[in-house]
Design a protein around this ligand. Structure first.
Ligand SMILES: Nc1ncnc2c1ncn2[C@@H]1O[C@H](COP(=O)(O)OP(=O)(O)OP(=O)(O)O)[C@@H](O)[C@H]1O
Ligand SMILES: [Mg+2]
Length: 316
């Protein structure tokens, strides 16, 4: 018996499958193969995976843009099949594809969107949201005159007009320069501090590692990991010992089971599994190989290592 009801989660997805129908030219594609994803309320959740993994398919199912083939999904406690309107009202979605009404100014677009969601005039915050995203001086410009990065920020602004408890961003920083990316994340973090649950996909692993409290990695339509970020990174049983020898080493020393890499600057990079060996074992090996050690540092695995391990090595 599961004691957590769906209402405890921002998003609860069980056994979600999606098969896109084929046509004459392309065969049917199983984009999601039974995905379980649970997003806690108030968290920042990262959905990562290589191109074609199924991330946008999952997000578009939440948004009601793609119909799942099987499984159950609830958003803020509302089943997307039984209560689609309430489920959709709980979400603000920034889609991966920029697809925008260009005949209105950003401010007009915000007001129209607010109208669609039934936000009363007195509760609208269009200008406030545009300002938070650095678009105040473009509020009355033509949308077609905005740059790509500005359009993307406008999409974020539009997603927030009805103050949804969940904001979902599909590749929000693709094509956005570093300065504006920082601004975008500052806004997202501010929303997070106000209690908004954030779900994002990104190809910038560093960004995900820094921002996300929990991460799911999806590969070929399957969830291959779903854990708090720290735990995910520490689950990778690999570290690197960087050794600076006292005298230049010209050939790679033989350290038995340990993998050694001789760097251009003369240092040695030795990878090891902390669960199986200790730094002392490596130092003993170096000693027997006649390498005298001047300095050592260890390098922890990061999200990129975990990601590569889970996606490229497990082609499934
Ligand atoms: N409308 C569609 N019709 C048929 N196949 C589709 C459709 N949309 C996506 N697919 C296929 O489903 C798979 C998953 O695509 P999806 O867009 O969900 O991946 P993604 O993880 O978002 O990738 P990316 O990182 O490139 O955005 C891919 O093989 C894709 O070609
Ligand atoms: Mg995508």
């Amino acid at each position: 018996m599961d004691f957590n009801s769906n209402a405890d989660y921002a998003i609860a997805a069980r056994g979600v499958r999606k098969t896109y129908g084929g046509n004459g030219k392309s065969p049917a594609k199983e984009a999601l193969k039974g995905v379980d994803i649970f997003v806690k309320r108030g968290t920042i959740f990262g959905l990562l995976g290589p191109n074609g993994a199924g991330k946008s398919t999952f997000i578009n199912i939440l948004a009601g843009l793609v119909r799942k083939s099987a499984g159950e999904v609830s958003v803020w406690g509302f089943d997307i099949d039984r209560n689609p309107r309430q489920a959709r009202a709980a979400l603000g979605i920034v889609p991966q594809e920029i697809n925008m009404e260009v005949f209105f100014t950003p401010l007009e677009g915000m007001e129209i969107q607010a109208g669609l969601y039934g936000v009363p005039k007195s509760q609208r915050r269009s200008m406030e949201i545009l300002t938070a995203l650095g678009l105040e001086d473009k509020a009355n410009a033509y949308v077609r005159m905005l740059s790509g990065g500005m359009k993307r920020r406008l999409l974020v602004a539009k997603a927030m007009v009805h103050s949804p408890p969940i904001l979902i961003l599909d590749e929000p920083t693709a094509g956005v320069d570093i300065e504006l990316r920082k601004q975008l994340w500052e806004y997202v973090l501010k929303l997070h501090e106000q209690g908004v649950t954030i779900v994002l996909t990104t190809h910038y692993l560093e960004e995900a590692q820094e921002l996300c409290k929990e991460i799911a990695i999806i590969n070929h339509g399957e969830v291959v990991a779903c854990e708090p970020t720290e735990k995910l990174i520490s689950s990778l049983d690999r570290k690197m010992l960087m050794v600076t020898p006292n005298e230049n080493v010209s050939v790679k020393p033989d350290l038995g089971d340990f993998d050694v890499d001789l760097k251009d600057d003369g240092s040695l990079a030795i990878s090891y599994q902390p669960s199986k060996s200790q730094v002392a074992d490596i130092l003993a090996r170096l000693n027997s190989a006649g390498v005298s050690v001047k300095d050592i540092t260890t390098v922890e695995a990061d999200l990129e290592d975990v990601f590569l391990e889970l996606t490229y090595h497990n082609k499934g």
